[in-house]
Design a protein around this ligand. Sequence first.
Ligand code: NAP
Length: 486
Amino acid sequence: MTAIPDDARVAVIGAGFGGLCMAVALRDAGCTSFVVFEKAGEVGGIWRDNTYPGCGCDVPSHLYSYSFEKYRSRNVRFPGQPQILDYLRGVADKYGLRGHLRTSTEIVAAEYAQETASWTLTTAAGERMVFDVVISAVGQLHRPHVPVIAGQDSFAGRAFHTTGWDHGLELTGKDVAVIGTGSSAAQLLPIVAERARHVDVYQRTPNWVIPKPKAEFGQVTRWALGRVPALHDVVRAGTYLAADLALSPVISRGWSFRPARWAALAHLRRQVPQAELRRRLVPDYPIGCKRIVIDNGFYPSLTRPNVDLVTDGIERITPSGLRTGTGEQRRADVIVYATGFRATEFLVPMKVVGRGGRSLDDQWSDGADAYYGMAVPGFPNFFLVHGPNTILGHNSNVFMIECQVRYIMKCLSLLPGAVEVTEAAMAGYDRWLARRMRRTVWSAGCLSWYKTPTGRVTNPWPAATMRYWWLTSRNPRPAFTRRAPG
Ligand code: NAP
């Protein structure tokens, strides 16, 4: 356990997977004066916000859980959104975090005072509070991206983003337009297609889709998991190793790049018998360039008689539906924007001002960048969980969060004073990152939420997670300095 001054005033922003993990570590270290700010009324982050039909995780639950609070179901391999939210609520209760939580409190600004080495946080309601340390754990995939499409205000039906699902709306007998074909669209389509009269799926770019194992364990595994408790750890370790050894090489065109492509094409051939439809579903960019969709229900839903894949583009939205690029008018009573998130904006809309009045917005004007995703020169005692280049499409993000929390706790053990990553350490890390990025498939031409509009890859970690674990296991010295206030 890392020792930190027990009177250190620590603010954690966000009560999703990252913020709760940070809170447990602070509590375990004996820190009593920490506060977790959450803009919503409950913990859970994206697993509270996303309630669209079919929402769940495509990373197995045994791995998509904290190492200190393992998810040990002998039935469920892939948890649904309600199960993950229950898990996170349970963590907040079991680890006594509720007393540290300030819900319905959005932090809009953080400003550093050099003389006192402290941060002043301002809430949306205008309240100001002073802390020694600020740890942002606001996540990357929570700012909905709703594209601007000509005529969208004229639409006479209901329209919403996947994060704002209208559960009061009955889809039976309705014509539904789903814009987007990423992981969210893939998960919701089978259920929407069952209910609606007709569904148009508007695809701008096809995704690579690989098969997903069954959501529930089979009889034999259930029996074994019920009788051999250690087997849960074996499943967790095996899943982790399989993902790191087999999936992570895909991103750097390693040994599994071609097999992953074959698996995706075979999945498509198996699930879509119609050659013409299949042709429109084959991506023209390398697998892994966009987040791979892991799913079994999307392709079969596209072959249903009441579902059409529309690939002619969207020219405009009209009061009664959508007009495609070929001028065809297609009816819709409901538009679902499965159009993803403004992931590269990171801390937006929070204003962060560090040492000497420097603004994080300015510093990140060409894309967010932080030392192993966690610290930025000029911003002492300010740390990030889920920061730039830490998210994964090939393993469990919870594993990455735990690496960050451990490392941040080591940085906090350097307190009191102003703990800051050096310019030299940051420059060295940036050189490594740039070299590594050149080897990844993300350098290819595809567009995704991994990249800024100028093409800088700011979101995913470009290597195996074991490497991140090893790099963040090191002592923060000498990359970090400690200065006395003033
Ligand atoms: P996404 O992967 O970013 O997909 C957005 C979709 O909307 C893409 O197909 C995109 O097309 C399309 N789109 C955006 N703007 C458009 C426009 N103006 N016109 C037409 N189409 C447009 O978003 P997501 O599906 O919500 O998933 C985001 C991420 O959340 C995932 O990559 C994943 O990391 C995470 N997620 C995970 C799970 C899970 O099971 N673990 C489930 C859901 C989501 P283009 O490709 O052409 O841009």
